[in-house]
Design a protein around this ligand. Structure first.
Ligand code: HEC
Ligand code: HEC
Length: 420
């Protein structure tokens, strides 16, 4: 069957950052994040932007072997993923950015970026309070009107940054059976490593599922994550998340500035899909990062990765369960993660979320690592060497073995990691 060439995929034109922000920014924005773009993107016109075309270095392509209908769903999803919300379409009243691609852009749409979001809460007597009545735990950094902009409330005594993660290969992650993750959690592991499967309530299915998405494994399905992101990053309500975020919890302010009827994301009666479904399709059908051939040095590094104990958590491969999408059906997934929660000691972000405690973090996949700097949940590490040195808690034994490697062994390990 003839499949459309990649050059026929919709062009992505990213809005140009201007100098005077039209959106209200909070008084003390976290450093490093640019204001959101002010101009609406011109969609599907003109050339693809040189900074982020689909297929850059082989990133962001659809899964191989999709049917014509699946490829059409990928393209429709990509179009939605790059389209910008406006106050008229329901953006805000408080929000963090105007499109999915604005934070998931590098090196192609569906990737990561150095844009982070801010979480806050309050630790009292060892209990974490997300300060939900004050708009927590996620800060919305921008607002459609200065009167509703959020700030980190003075009551917060924990503030953490979270880096945008890449979405390549997400459909494969979603298709890994819960049972696989439960069994892997139950298996005894060396070096004092434990690992917990994150049992979460999945709003997409209404079932208890094993979370595997996000730094805290807080979501199990792409549809639920899409709905969550539309609401919490852009202020777009949907059938799964029908209630707007009140600015710092203030319902009166919300009533005054929320002018678009909820749910803002409407299901198209012709397709049966809303924007959240389209974005989920895109993420489900996007290919994993392209692995590079291993050089002799990277092969040495692969052996070291095993010997040092990295692979105890960064499990090289898992296998998907049955899926109606052939490209996702019983496929090996070379993700280099167990998708479990680990107590990372001092590296934990201090935020309890979903099933994850304050010190627990999900093992992030290492595939595509060469294109997703900066590293760790708050982007504190510029390279893998720094990221490993910050490992603590259950990863301490492996970290200490790593720190005893010779410089040339560390180079080999880096070569391996940069090939995934
Ligand atoms: C303001 C920036 C921002 C915007 C806008 C944004 N994201 Fe994200 N995204 C993030 C950050 C930060 C994370 C990590 C969040 C976490 O785990 O707490 C993330 C994580 C994710 C994940 C989890 C991936 C993984 O590693 O398991 C998915 C899925 C996702 N985003 C989808 C979307 C979709 C779909 C949209 C558009 C509706 C979107 N995001 C818009 C910043 C953003
Ligand atoms: C106990 C489980 C565990 C072990 C063992 C472990 N890691 Fe990790 N790794 C994690 C977790 C969890 C994170 C995310 C921590 C965070 O950002 O808060 C992480 C993050 C990383 C990152 C950053 C990824 C990113 O996208 O930001 C790299 C690189 C990494 N690990 C490599 C290694 C290497 C190499 C080893 C062996 C020396 C190793 N890890 C051992 C659990 C582990």
């Amino acid at each position: 069957m003839k499949q459309p060439s990649i050059l026929l995929l919709p062009a992505v034109v990213v809005a140009v950052l201007g100098s005077t922000p039209v959106f209200a920014q909070n008084a003390n924005p976290p450093p490093g994040n640019p204001p959101p773009p002010q101009k609406r993107a011109v969609r599907h016109q003109g050339p693809m932007t040189p900074s982020a075309p689909v297929g850059t270095q082989g990133f962001g392509l659809p899964l191989a072997g999709l049917t014509r209908a699946e490829l059409a769903a990928f393209n429709a999803g990509l179009e939605e993923f790059v389209s910008e919300e406006t106050p008229e379409s329901g953006l805000g009243p408080v929000f963090n950015n105007v499109s999915c691609v604005s934070c998931h852009s590098a090196p192609s749409p569906g990737g990561s970026s150095d844009i982070f979001v801010t979480r806050f809460g309050r630790m009292v007597n060892g209990q974490f309070d997300p300060l939900a009545s004050l708009g927590g735990s996620l800060l919305q950094q921008f607002a459609i009107d200065p009167a509703v902009r959020e700030v980190v409330p003075p009551a917060a005594n924990v503030v953490a940054h979270r880096e945008s993660t890449p979405l390549f290969g997400m459909g494969l992650l979603e298709a890994i059976p819960d049972a696989t993750l439960r069994q892997s959690a139950a298996r005894p592991k060396p070096d004092g490593v434990r690992g917990r499967a994150a049992e979460v309530d999945d709003v997409a299915t209404g079932q208890k599922r094993i979370g595997r998405l996000g730094w805290k494994a807080q979501q199990a399905t792409l549809l639920a994550f899409a709905g969550d992101a539309y609401l919490n990053e852009m202020g777009i309500t949907s059938r799964l998340f029908p209630h707007e975020n009140a600015p710092n919890g203030n319902a009166d302010l919300l009533a005054r500035f929320d002018h678009v009827a909820d749910p803002e994301d409407q299901v198209d009666p012709l397709t049966g899909k809303g924007d959240i479904d389209l974005a989920a399709d895109f993420m489900r059908l996007i290919a994993p990062p392209p692995a590079l051939p291993l050089s002799p040095s990277a092969r040495q590094g692969e052996a070291l990765f095993q010997q040092v104990g990295c692979a105890v958590c960064h499990t090289p491969a898992l296998v998907t369960g049955p899926s109606p999408v052939r490209a996702l059906n019983q496929q090996p997934v070379w993700l280099y993660s167990d998708l479990l929660l680990h107590d990372m000691g001092s590296l934990g972000d201090g935020i309890a979320q979903g099933a994850a405690g304050v010190a627990e973090m999900r093992t992030p996949p290492l595939w595509g690592l060469r294109a997703s700097a900066p590293y760790l949940h708050d982007g504190r590490a510029a390279n893998a060497d720094q990221a490993i040195a910050e490992h603590d808690g259950e990863a301490r034994v492996a970290r200490d073995r790593y720190l005893r490697l010779t410089p040339s062994q560390r180079r080999q390990l880096a070569d391996f990691l940069n090939s995934l």
